[in-house]
Design a binder for this molecule. Structure first.
Ligand SMILES: [Zn+2]
Length: 334
């Protein structure tokens, strides 16, 4: 099922050209069960007034490279309750769209959209719906754990670590090292305020770590608001053996042990592997799990979506397309 085949079953992936360049990510045009043409934006920014208005902007999670900051101003936006809360805390303004309970479903017109956890961040959600031909479309956003995802015909997913020829795309979380270092005390970990910081707290609490955890203000607000069972979380002026701060704040902190929780290798401080993503083996396993006829790799920018598409084709797992290969168009008002 290449782009032409997708069109024959009533699905047209769109990359929107806005005059100032191509808008992020993509939109999917399809015919719903009543035969009405619908457009769902996927982690994109609102269309200009001259363009046709989509039926919805689906936001998969609150990371800035998925553009919720811009989409949250539109009443057409949809996000999980947790994602909407995270966007409001991160950007200091109101989420104007509608929200849903995780693992529930909602209607857009006559189309029922079901939601599934991806465990990439708190509130990160995949979306599944069918078009008029019964073709099952699954949009995942970023994924840490694919096991709760359903099977589908068209998988629209990420390729953050999707290059099978790049050694950086093979990793495992080093939980043992992380817990040992945390247990040693007098340590500060660099972790992004939304996503990695909550993963670090959850990992510590699940291991039985009950001591207070110190966090810088933004991380503390997000974690207290979004994480149930986070235990005792305090500001950095309180006593705590373990601190968590955004990576860029590490250099300003006087502690003998400083680490970054990351799978990247370009930080000054030593890294402990703890990722919000799957490596390339996980991405391929997700495709095998979801059993799509076609996969559309839509994120991130760069050549990794194309590299993963080529790999899926070479392995004969399914037809695969990188979003960058879709010619940009400007969907005009009729
Ligand atoms: Zn993300």
């Amino acid at each position: 099922m290449g782009i032409e085949t997708l069109r024959k079953v009533g699905i047209t992936p769109l990359r929107v050209f806005s005059g100032r360049g191509v808008k992020p990510h993509l939109s999917l045009s399809f015919y719903d069960v009543e035969g009405i043409e619908r457009i769902f934006g996927i982690d994109t920014t609102p269309f200009s007034k001259k363009m046709v208005e989509p039926d919805s902007y689906l936001i998969t999670h609150a990371h800035s490279d998925h553009y919720g900051k811009s989409a949250m101003s539109s009443k057409l936006s949809v996000a999980s309750k947790e994602t909407a809360t995270a966007l409001e805390l991160l950007h200091g303004r109101e989420f104007n769209g509608s929200t849903f309970e995780m693992e529930g479903s909602f209607l857009i017109g006559e189309t029922e959209v079901s939601t599934f956890r991806t465990n990439h961040t708190i509130g990160s959600s995949a979306y599944l719906w069918e078009n008029e031909c019964g073709v099952r479309i699954l949009v995942t956003g970023d994924v840490k754990d694919y096991r709760e995802l359903p099977s589908c015909d068209l998988l629209v997913t990420e390729a953050n670590y999707g290059d099978p020829f790049d050694s950086a795309c093979y990793f495992e979380d080093d939980l043992k090292n992380f817990l040992e270092v945390a247990g040693g005390g007098e340590v500060v970990f660099g972790a992004y305020a939304f996503g990695k910081a909550q993963r670090a707290v959850t990992t510590l609490r699940n291991s039985g770590f009950e001591d207070p955890i110190g966090m810088s203000q933004k991380s503390l607000n997000l974690t207290k608001s979004l994480l149930e069972d986070g235990g005792e979380l305090v500001g950095l002026n309180n006593d705590a053996n373990v601190w968590i701060v955004p990576p860029h704040e590490l250099s300003g902190i006087e502690r003998s042990n400083r680490f970054v929780l990351t799978c990247r290798s370009d930080y000054y401080y030593p890294a402990i592997h703890l990722s919000d993503h799957m490596d390339v083996r996980g991405l391929v396993a997700m495709v095998e799990h979801c059993q799509p006829e076609a996969t559309l790799l839509y994120h991130p920018k760069g050549d990794r979506p194309k590299k993963l598409a080529d790999h899926l084709l070479n392995e004969e797992l399914c037809t695969a397309i990188a979003a960058e290969d879709i010619h940009p168009t400007t969907p005009k008002r009729k």
